[in-house]
Ligand binder design. Structure first.
Ligand code: IMP
Length: 427
């Protein structure tokens, strides 16, 4: 995808997350100079399979497995510092050379132990089914202007005040919940002081570094986490995460010009999954969910929770194409459908006598809707070895063609297995 005129590409999930972004980033990173995360944090779980090994990355950008690629964590991320270094140490133990290749925005906000505590104790978080990684509370503090940024670690006196204020605020919330758990400022401060030198050693102005790299013609991959329907503005609010997962979030979350992004690749599964609560219009019944969950190994990479499964929803993906300005799609896990007798593709939502084809902002509009399906014959043969469109069965091609026509975006990749080489590149 990178060529002389396409130098900065953003990759986003175009459904509810877990679309296989890690694999696509890993594939594209081969030709990238930089891979940069721009939002979310340890709630993400990007799985990359290299040979027989699979690595799950939560905070370190998925480009790290390619030697020579530089990785950065942008200001829009909320960083769990201990979690990140555990990840780094795990990579180093398996022989990945991370030294000098990982950069962290000094403006990124830190997830504190009390953010995780509040997330875990909150009834609202439970109702949404959050990952419990403290993401929502950390973004709340950021927006309320009481957050703690990496650069605050340079100023011990200020840091102490911020930690005390943050702890007090968290304890008020915990007491409001009726929880008997309390955060401890001294414990948090001691942990931060221990980790500060290591964090500050990789801290810098990432926006400046990436803008300079862009000027010099570097190939930059902006790695989105979660999915467009989990975007705090454009997703199924309130069943969303707390950041802008869509392409617009990339410029803000790295500190680069929105005009510098040349292409937006949307990753979608050949069906749909979702973890946590909230609408999923094409959700299967329990038996079919179980079947597809087993075929696709649909369990959360971060929490291990079983994912809810359903048919591909063209209304949802067409919406994601629009909101992100997608220039191409990567359709993943086609092979998971190989053994199904027939395959449904949702083309609209029926309400009374009408068919809705635009995804609504008001979730009440989704109550009582019935998905309208087009049905496709299954292909009954393995696609795992396909390496070009011509290798795919006619029925699979018909299904892919219809998806592209409905969502008004061309497919640029089709993935047919977990391994790096199991991919059909159409560009
Ligand atoms: P939070 O991001 O932990 O606050 O969770 C909010 C919602 O986003 C929940 O429904 C989570 O299951 C979902 N979510 C967060 N991160 C991911 C992800 O990486 N993949 C899929 N769902 C996610």
């Amino acid at each position: 995808m990178f060529d002389t005129s396409t130098r900065t590409i953003v990759i986003v999930g175009a459904q509810w997350g877990d679309e296989g972004k890690g694999k696509l980033v890993d594939v594209l990173a081969e030709r990238a100079d930089w891979v940069v995360r721009y939002q979310g944090g340890a709630n993400a779980g990007h799985t990359v399979h290299v040979g027989d090994e699979s690595t799950v990355l939560h905070q370190v950008p998925s480009g790290i497995l390619h030697p020579g690629v530089r990785c950065a964590i942008g200001n829009g991320v909320v960083l769990d510092p201990e979690g990140m270094f555990e990840e780094v140490d795990g990579l180093v133990a398996t022989g990945v050379d991370v030294a000098g290749r990982l950069y962290l925005s000094d403006r990124a906000h830190l997830v504190m132990p009390y953010h995780k505590l509040v997330d875990k104790e909150s009834a609202a978080s439970k109702a949404i089914g959050t990952t419990g990684r403290g993401i929502g509370p950390a973004y709340e503090d950021k927006v309320a202007r009481r957050g703690i940024r990496v650069l605050d670690l340079r100023h011990p006196a200020r840091l102490r005040v911020l930690v005390e204020q943050g702890t007090e605020h968290a304890n008020q919330i915990l007491s409001g919940f009726g929880s008997n758990k309390r955060a401890d400022a001294a414990f948090t401060l001691a942990a931060l002081e221990r980790i500060a030198p290591r964090l500050l050693a990789i801290a810098e102005d990432v926006g400046l570094a990436i803008s300079r790299a862009q000027k010099q013609g570097a190939a930059v991959l902006l790695e989105g986490a979660q999915g467009s329907l989990l975007d705090v503005d454009h997703g199924t609010y309130p069943f969303v995460t707390s950041s802008n997962t869509t392409a617009g979030g990339a410029a803000v979350g790295v500190g680069i010009s929105p005009r510098s992004i040349d292409a937006a690749l949307g990753v979608v599964k050949a069906y749909t999954t979702r973890v946590g609560a909230g609408p999923l219009p094409t959700e299967f019944d329990a038996a079919m969910s179980q079947q597809v969950r087993t075929l696709g190994n649909e369990f959360g990479a971060t929490t291990g929770r079983p994912r809810r499964c359903g048919w591909f929803d063209a209304v949802v993906v067409r919406y994601a194409v629009r909101v992100n300005g997608l220039t191409g799609l990567a359709i993943t896990k086609l092979d998971v459908l190989d053994t199904l007798e027939r395959i449904g593709l949702c083309v609209g939502f029926r309400v009374g006598g009408e068919v809705m084809t635009e995804f609504p902002g008001d979730l009440a509009d989704l109550e009582g809707i019935e998905p309208v399906y087009e049905w496709f014959d299954g292909w009954g043969t393995s696609t795992a070895e396909a390496r070009s469109l011509a290798d795919l069965p006619t029925a699979a091609r018909a299904y892919l063609d219809r998806i592209q026509a409905l969502v008004e975006c061309p497919a640029q990749y089709v993935s047919v297995g977990t391994r790096r080489d199991q991919i059909i590149g159409l560009v």
